[in-house]
Design a protein around this ligand. Sequence first.
Ligand code: SAM
Ligand code: SF4
Length: 475
Amino acid sequence: MQELVSNTVHDEQRQGEAYLPIASTDRAFRKHFYIESYGCAMNFADSEVVASILNENGFGATRNAEEADLILINTCSIREKAEQTVRKRLTEFRKLKKQKPGMLVGVLGCMAERLKAKFLEEEKLVDMVVGPDAYRTLPGLVEEAETGQKAVNVLLSRDETYADIAPIRLDSNGVTAFVSIMRGCNNMCAFCVVPFTRGRERSRDLFSIIAECEDLFNKGYREVTLLGQNVDSYYWIDDAGGNTVTFAMLLEKVAQVSPLLRVRFSTSHPKDITDEVLFTMDKYENICNYIHLPVQSGSTRILQLMNRTYTREWYIAKVNRIKEILPGCGLSTDIIAGFCTETEEDHQDTLSLVDYCRYDLAYMYFYSERPGTLAARRYTDDVPEAVKKERLQQIIAMHRQHSLESMQRDVGKTFKVLIEGHSRKSDLHWAGRTDHNKMLIFPKENHPLNKGDYVFVKVEECTAGTLLGKIELQF
Ligand code: SAM
Ligand code: SF4
């Protein structure tokens, strides 16, 4: 039984998900928008900001593209395949637009930022191109496009964090939510397009983050995932008090919202996660023992070409430190196979590092050159595709074995689980997650429980992706 793990950083099962607000509203909207999101959790969170801005301006959400006046597609540029998926999807909207000529099509997010006005030349059906820092101008851009003109705003900002916009939770389970704490990225990993599509790093006002978490808690949510490309470099200066707030301090403040509110975060760049963060995780039971720590490669030579600023040994020392301060902490990673000049020896280094770290979860990709990145300008994408794919398969095979072993180690143990809803396969079962981010399915039996409740569940068996258990004790 494979369940949807809905709060992962990049969730394949959520790609192209169309949204509907969790709570229906009595407000009568003059027009409707349909929005689909691709890519990482940050794009999904941005779509919730977009929904809020559009709601304020008289647009209600619909999950039916055919009845929409405005179709939006929030795009990802991270790999070529992600862009191809969007292009293919746009051709499907072409048919709809023919049937309903007044309908507008807007492209949002990273692909909009990367291609800018070029998008309008390449995809004639597109009416609007809007970059990730320009969503406040969407209502004006819609008006402009309604007059028949093409509308573009791809200006990046040094300070936009949408801090004052209360995101509308779309298609939410009402229990877990993403909270964006920063935008952009100042790292220049050679393979990565993000610094070009999402601009300079900026941290969101602490008070607005806490207010959003409190509001979510008061509405019944019981888990927040703090989001940023590099959360550990969160750094906010309170102009009023002159105090600086680090990520460890923010984490503590969010944990203090309520002991019943679970806190997760993603993503941690290995160079930035500090002991202070690890000690804060240890101090608060409600901060989940789980860290997403992308390594990208196990070869120091490749890491240097990637501009990751750490060596293999340094990364291993960081993993050891995590296990020392937080024994049993869940660990996940991102890995790229076949980066420029990667040799068989480099690849073996990646395999041996994976073998050492024994990740609970890994997102594994083969290298896809992105125009404009440091790697595209400096190096040759010289590893043949067949070799990249073969290496990727070897990494996946090794990781699969580790993740199965990690699931098997949990059999017989009891975990505190936050119930997220019914199991997708049966209304007679609950689905929830452990502190370590593993999905656990268990029969409801006659216990008076609801989603959002905590319960102790003993694991009886497992598959590669899911734990199966039985309620031991209600919280
Ligand atoms: N900020 C995060 C970090 O520092 O690890 C991740 C950002 S990115 C949205 C998610 C993952 O996509 C990266 O960790 C990397 O493994 C992968 N990725 C980024 N650029 C890629 C490329 N050009 N080809 C293949 N994978 C890539
Ligand atoms: Fe991309 Fe590196 Fe920034 Fe992550 S830290 S978003 S991989 S540049």
